[in-house]
Design a protein around this ligand. Structure first.
Ligand code: AGP
Length: 636
């Protein structure tokens, strides 16, 4: 989604703003722009379509020098991604940038047009610029009052940074449902959509809350509430280092983040297993033994990859936690008149902690009396703050749009939670809890083994990167991994892929299978193994090209793959007809280490992330910033 950076100080602001926007690139964008106050007090704007290199080229042709300015990367919602619609937008003395959606922009635009205002762009944002300019012209004593007056007219979400030619050395920011953080150093002030944008400049940040307005000046930051009353806010220390948010020698952030999974998982697990190894300690969850016993249902709410993690969590919560569990997609549950009550534990899962649909849904559940626990990666994010308790995944910053290490860290947190609930409610014995937790502790090492032996995945990707479509099958907890694999393949390689519960194949999707269709089968050693193997044979019999993920030394599968290889080598017509034997061709086998069934999803997904990555690479895609996607989805 859109990214905002604002600076007031003594330094040349253009490199600070462009540098900040570069560190927000992961959010996804299709145009960008800068507004800088010049020596004579005017404000100049430079905008461009496409990547930030194009903005840099535009700035080389038309340099902007000044010590206060605002920058923006736009992810188009209202109006095409062209230069006219790119931010900043100007109206009268006012220039601003905006992240979010003005939901009542049609009515406001009509009202302003009736008053004689002429719009330059198709955006909803320009309405805001005109409303603020109108408040300035209407006698607002200062820019912050004009902003406060204007936002009372607006429905929807916004993070704003506003400058005025009438007030030098000042930038006013405001927010509702879109993130904005602030920071102050000796003689300079910053605002940004996310911490990495200003991380090189400040050790601490302040979080602006919904409805608040802040004034950035060299002397400091003043925060006021909706009534203009002064708000005192304590800063938070930033713990992520810049080193961590660089590419660290990897070609892409996604590849780096895939390889960071062992460490990320260690961080998620660390300090959360009791000293005797049989229990989970989660004081920050806010779940006491009493409240855990009162839970009648666990409802997971999430979007995208996080909802695939939630589906896996449902299996664990019912099996280990002994509680009825359901999964809801944020965008659906918020409008479904869903029934929540005090007996529900709602677990909101989000990497960014800012996903608008998840946030709105958890608020609805909380208003209805449900206890809300957040599983998030970003400290003090909106979802963390809106919940009764928080389990941080501690995976470190995830920059690539496609989630990898945050997904596996969510799985680890969900398994810990299920064991915790099971132990507290008595549905899981201490001995069994210890065996599961021992298995979880081995996972980081096993992921290292998978990554060290993953060279073959690129070869498999080479065979299939020109495929038009792909199926991914799994049963039990491998089913959400199938969904996650398909999502990953789609979002970064743009190859159409669908994940299915393997048992569903014969209810329709098997009609798609022919000799051109690669089918990934997730078939690790668990209680679903034999049934999945049968489903695999059904698609093999119809000619599919199989990629199977199985436990190391799976004798049955190895034998089956060998038969296929033999048949492929001598298709002499003497074999039985295709309906009764595996179709000639090859089976590609990807092995994972032997592990307890509970932790298998944390292992099977890793080679699938690498497969998606390699498919995208071979397709020449923009792996870290796939088209049309944003890292943090702050609009619904
Ligand atoms: C994952 O690869 C996606 N890009 C996307 O589905 C993401 O998981 C979804 O938007 C939810 O984000 P969140 O975890 O930050 O809430």
């Amino acid at each position: 989604m859109c990214g905002i950076v604002a600076y007031v100080g003594d330094r040349d602001c253009t490199p600070i703003l462009v540098g900040g926007l570069k560190r927000l690139e992961y959010r996804g964008y299709d145009s960008s722009g800068l507004a800088v106050r010049t020596q004579d007090g005017g404000i100049e704007v430079v905008r461009s379509v496409g990547k930030l290199q194009r903005l840099e080229a535009a700035l080389a042709a038309h340099p902007l020098f000044g010590t206060d300015g605002i920058g923006h990367t736009r992810w188009a919602t209202h109006g095409r991604p062209n230069e006219t619609n790119a931010h900043p937008h100007a109206a009268g003395s006012v220039v601003l940038v905006h992240n979010g959606i003005v939901e009542n922009h049609v009515a406001l635009r009509a009202e302003l047009e009736a008053e004689g205002v002429r719009f330059a762009s198709e955006t909803d944002t320009e309405v805001l610029a005109h409303l603020i300019a109108k408040a300035v012209d209407g006698g607002a004593p200062n820019l912050e009052t004009a902003v406060r007056r204007a936002i009372t007219r607006v429905q929807g979400s916004y993070a704003l940074a506003v400058m005025s030619t009438k007030e030098r050395g000042k930038i006013v920011v405001a927010k509702n449902d879109s993130p904005l953080i602030l920071a102050h150093n000796e003689g300079e002030a910053f605002a940004a959509s996310d911490i990495p944008a200003i991380l090189p400049h400040v050790p601490e940040v302040l979080i602006l809350e919904d409805g608040e307005v802040a004034t950035l000046e060299r002397a400091g930051i003043t925060i006021t509430d909706a009534n203009g009353e002064r708000v005192v806010r304590q800063p938070h220390r930033v713990s992520w280092s810049l080193v961590e948010s660089g590419k660290g020698g990897f070609k892409h952030y996604m590849l780096k983040e895939i390889h960071e999974q062992p460490r990320a998982l260690e961080h998620t697990i660390r300090g959360r297993i009791s000293s005797d190894g049989g229990d989970v300690v989660l004081p920050e969850s806010g779940l006491t033994p009493e409240t855990a016993k009162e839970i009648r249902r666990v409802c997971f709410i999430a979007c995208g990859s996080s909802s695939n993690a939630a589906l896996t969590g449902r299996y664990w919560m019912e099996q280990l936690g002994g509680v009825r569990a359901s999964v809801e997609v944020g965008s659906e549950v918020r409008y479904r008149d869903a029934i929540f009550g005090p007996e529900d534990l709602v677990v909101a899962i989000s990497q960014s902690g800012e996903t608008a649909d998840t946030l709105a849904a958890l608020r609805t559940a909380r208003e209805a009396g449900a206890r809300v626990l957040a599983i998030v990666n970003v400290r003090d994010s909106a979802i963390a703050r809106a919940s009764d308790g928080v389990l941080y995944t501690h995976a470190g910053p995830e920059v690539a749009v496609a989630s990898t290490k945050c997904f596996t860290a969510q799985l680890a947190a969900l398994l810990l939670l299920a064991v915790h609930v099971g132990r507290t409610r008595g549905s899981l014995s201490h001995a069994e809890g210890r065996r599961i937790l021992e298995a979880l502790k081995r996972v980081p090492g096993q992921v290292r083994t998978i990554l060290a032996n993953a060279r073959g995945v690129r070869g498999i990707a080479k065979k299939h990167h020109q495929s038009k479509s792909m199926l991914v099958l799994g049963r039990g907890p491998s089913y959400p991994v199938a969904l996650e694999t398909a999502l990953k393949v789609k979002e970064i390689s743009y190859i159409h892929a669908e994940g299915y519960a393997a048992g569903e194949m014969k209810h329709g999707p098997i009609a798609l299978v022919d000799e051109t269709m690669p089918v990934v089968v997730l078939c690790p050693q668990d209680r679903h193994h034999d049934k999945t193997l049968s489903n695999m044979q059904e698609v093999m019999a119809r000619g599919a090209k199989i990629i199977v993920v199985c436990t190391k030394d799976d004798a049955e599968l190895t034998a089956m793959a060998a038969v296929r290889a033999r048949l492929a080598a001598s298709p002499d017509g003497s074999e039985p007809p295709p309906s009764s034997r595996p179709h000639p061709g090859n089976v590609d086998v990807i092995e994972i280490p032997d592990a307890r069934s509970e932790v298998l999803p944390l292992l099977t997904v890793v080679p699938m992330q690498l497969l998606s990555y390699n498919l995208a690479l071979l397709q020449g895609r923009d792996v870290d910033q796939p088209r049309n996607l944003a890292k943090t989805v702050t609009v619904e």
